[in-house]
Design a protein around this ligand. Sequence first.
Ligand code: NDP
Length: 322
Amino acid sequence: MKRALIFGVSGQDGAYLARWLLMQGYEVIGASRDAELSTFANLQRLGIRDQVQVLSAALNDFRSTLAAIVQAKPDEIYNLAGQSSVGLSFQQPAETHESINLGTLNLLEALRFVDRPIRFYNASSSECFGDTGALPADESTPFRPRSPYAVAKAAAFWQVANYREAYDLFACSGILFNHESPLRPARFVTRKIVATACRIAQGCGETLMIGNTDIVRDWGWAPEYVEAMWRMLQQDQPDDYVIATGESVTLQSLIEAVFAHLNLDWRDHTTVDPALFRPTDLRESRANPAKAAQQLGWQAQYRLPEIAAAMVAAERDPALAL
Ligand code: NDP
């Protein structure tokens, strides 16, 4: 039986990845900064809390990172931990940098130290590309990061590439575009839109306050994206992959789709608030996930209509199986 250690198991991707790995017959160990305090609500929601062993480890602390690896004895490590909000990174740039960049460096150093053939996945981000314009980004597109989060993710990406080359580690980065699910915290725009629209449909009289609705993003479905992470670690050679649907839409289209599912006209319930605009934002983010399709045999199935429908259904019925 293979053993996987997931840093960031309490998050959205961590929970879906844990479920996917359990389905593949893995023993799953999950790390959280404070496993005693965490409720692991996402693991509970997926009904797998009892099947995942947990331990405490903080990636910015080398000793605890190394101790987690020694204790878990994993065949595969997935680094999904770190401050994950672009918006929050403008308020907490140092925390963002430390949890992402130093955290990844500590993991890579710990891998060198234990000197076992552990395969390593690192959660990189489409934010590294910055504004792609009309040209979809692929694995050879240069990085032009435009937020503290994106700068940290870009640095961590290069740490991984450098350690792979210098020390022959089996280390991969998945450059994932936005992926959503009902497990997204309400601070993220997709979940905020869905939650607010559902309350409006129930007659709360609220208005959806939103930032720039002209931004263009490639939104996918998180449960599918974790399978791509796992596939990267099953290849003969380590490599980096763009993971996305290949279809980008405006935030306005997303809002329209969500409200339409609730038989509402979004224009009656939405106000653009310039206070919610970010200091710098990407106008357009487009992806070319052809390499993942060719080499991993992975393609996204869910597009905007399916994502909007599934998120609205889960918001209206929290008992719904996810
Ligand atoms: P989440 O925020 O849901 O989960 C990340 C986990 O990391 C948290 O559960 C938390 O675990 C831990 N964490 C949070 N803040 C910190 C911090 N300051 N220092 C250390 N650990 C922290 O993220 P997702 O599951 O959505 O994403 C997983 C990874 O993929 C992240 O690295 C994210 O940046 C990246 N990514 C996500 C995308 C998306 O669309 N979802 C797109 C591209 C990349 P605990 O509190 O238990 O320690």
